[in-house]
Design a protein around this ligand. Structure first.
Ligand SMILES: Cc1cc2nc3c(=O)[nH]c(=O)nc-3n(C[C@H](O)[C@H](O)[C@H](O)COP(=O)(O)OP(=O)(O)OC[C@H]3O[C@@H](n4cnc5c(N)ncnc54)[C@H](O)[C@@H]3O)c2cc1C
Length: 497
């Protein structure tokens, strides 16, 4: 546990009873949770190494309630942490001891499906998969598909700009969201974007997607829905080592083929997945690629032939093309179950998320192996190879004193390595608390201050999800140009330097 969170505000804790009464007046019934035992299930998200029961949980059901909760908290200087389904792997939804945890789980309705314009308007608590389920009867689907899609909410996807296997071809959340309704910390309800592409003015929607609950609470999302491709076929390609698999990935893209998905697993991940789901992955290879193509059948056949040719020139030792839908789904079953599969071979694992230029993959894998030796901890690699997004799973045992700290340090070194080779700290899991203190590895102080000015424009009192993303949060008065009116300084209570 090496990450420090903001110290709880004692004045807020002292007025907890008054806060509870105010929240109950806004959200009547069972929408306010305050008992110690009942708060326990909310104490962490997917980054379970970090736990902190919230001061209280509020579960609003309407946008008016969200607005009233935020307005009241804003007036009283009370911090708020928004939460969807709590599957974040970077601690973005970790509660604070002195904050209201605002759970959006009751916003579960699909509000409108416009088949002509191919958009769906949904509430933020709707799960990612439920959007596809709502439209699949008409041959449509929602493209971004995080592996957590059965549980994660679309509001959380917007906040994290989530990705998935099919984002290589169809784009991340940001490329598939057309509009949001958002409640700002002072209670104002705003709409950004709509049912159409390219709204006028500054791209504020682009700022909101990936803003990790720091700028506002999303209360409605408009997404694009796409026609399901006529055909989808997958090919499993085994290589003696990851270097050759990496070279194959680079050549496929360089030759102008954009597969619907292109995923890689290293040997530990292949063995763990095969032992778990038994789909017939080859066990005598050093790296496995799963490449999927979709579109008209003739195009798929042609692309599969091309991919098999490129794989051959890069030393592939096994190539297996799915013959029917059941086999294609089976190929993916191992990949989709890779995380729980690794959970069976190690008491605990720490899932990292960084992105590198594809051509640096062999070097990064080699250096990760050296780090694995240095820290004395195993690592299994599963990644979205097509877009260079790595998910190293560091194996450790939380019951062995010091192993969690070692795993975190190992993970930090991997992320530093990603930045060193020209990549970025996160691919799709967000910064949260996990990568917060590594932000200066990638951004200068000037960069970080500029990002914080955006935060200040939306939430000048810094009440929304504090302690996340920014390693140090400067007070907004320190960052802005000061307007001195008749000699009166704004925020006279703040020290001036
Ligand atoms: C097994 C597993 C596999 C995963 N696979 C993937 C994957 O393939 N791709 C991927 O991208 N991610 C993946 N994730 C991570 C996670 O599922 C995503 O980040 C997801 O988008 C989080 O959604 P959530 O509803 O659980 O959000 P939460 O975890 O509840 O919150 C995440 C962040 O969003 C904010 N937030 C949530 N709702 C709102 C809202 N309505 N308004 C404003 N802010 C909000 C929170 O404050 C927090 O900062 C995986 C997680 C697990 C456990």
């Amino acid at each position: 546990m090496s990450i420090a969170m903001p110290a709880p505000d004692q004045a807020t804790l002292a007025k907890r009873d008054r806060i509870i009464a105010a929240m109950r007046a806004i959200v009547p019934g069972e929408g306010v949770i305050v008992d110690e035992a009942a708060l326990r299930p909310w104490e962490s998200d997917g980054l379970t190494a970090y736990r902190q029961p919230p001061m209280l949980v509020v579960l609003p059901e309407t946008v008016e309630q969200v607005s009233a909760v935020l307005r009241w908290c804003h007036g009283e200087g009370v911090r708020v942490v928004p939460r969807g389904s709590g599957t974040s792997l970077s601690g973005g939804a970790l509660p604070l001891a002195d904050a209201v945890l605002l759970g959006m789980g009751k916003f579960k309705r699909v509000l409108d499906i416009d088949y002509e314009d191919r958009v769906a308007v949904v509430q933020p608590g709707v799960t990612n998969l439920a959007i596809t389920q709502a439209v699949e009867g008409r041959g449509l689907y929602y493209a971004p598909d995080p592996s957590s899609q059965i549980a994660c909410s679309i509001g959380g996807n917007v906040a994290e700009n989530s990705g998935g296997v099919h984002c290589l071809k169809y784009g991340l959340t940001t490329n598939n969201v057309l509009g949001v309704e958002l409640v700002l910390m002072d209670g104002e309800i705003v709409r950004l974007g709509g049912r159409h592409l390219d709204p006028g003015g500054l791209d504020l929607l682009g700022v909101i997607v990936g803003s990790e609950g720091l700028l506002g609470v999303v209360t409605e999302v408009t997404v694009r829905i796409l026609p399901k491709p006529e055909t989808a076929r997958a090919v499993l390609v085994g290589f003696p080592d990851a270097e050759q698999a990496g070279a194959c990935v680079a050549q496929v893209i360089a030759e102008g083929i954009i597969p619907a998905g292109m995923e890689m697993m290293d040997q530990p991940a292949i063995h763990a997945a095969e032992a778990f789901v038994k789909v017939g992955y080859p066990l005598d290879v050093g790296a496995l690629l799963i490449v999927e193509v979709d579109g008209p059948a003739a195009e798929c056949d042609h692309l599969i032939e091309e991919i098999a040719r490129i794989a051959g020139t890069n030393g592939a030792v096994t190539t297996r093309v799915s013959q029917d839908e059941a086999e294609r789904v089976a190929f993916w079953a191992g990949r989709k179950a890779a995380f729980p599969a690794v959970g069976r071979i190690s008491p605990d694992y720490y899932c990292m998320d960084g992105t590198i230029p594809r051509r640096r993959l062999p070097e990064v894998l080699r250096r990760m192996e050296e780090l694995s030796q240095k820290y004395g901890l195993g690592v299994a690699n599963v990644f979205h190879a097509g877009d260079g997004n790595l998910h190293p799973l560091i194996l450790y045992d939380a019951n062995v004193p010091g192993e969690l700290d070692r795993a975190e340090e190992f993970g930090n070194d991997i992320l530093r390595l990603c930045v060193e080779v020209g990549g970025v700290l996160t691919g799709e899991h967000g910064v949260g608390i996990e990568k917060r203190d590594l932000m200066p590895e990638m951004f200068t102080e000037a960069d970080l201050k500029q990002q914080q000015r955006v935060k200040c424009a939306f939430d000048p009192a810094l009440l929304l999800n504090p302690g996340k993303v920014f390693p140090t949060l400067h007070r907004c008065a320190e960052l802005g140009r000061m307007h001195v009116h008749h000699g009166a300084l704004p925020h006279p209570e703040l020290p001036r330097f």
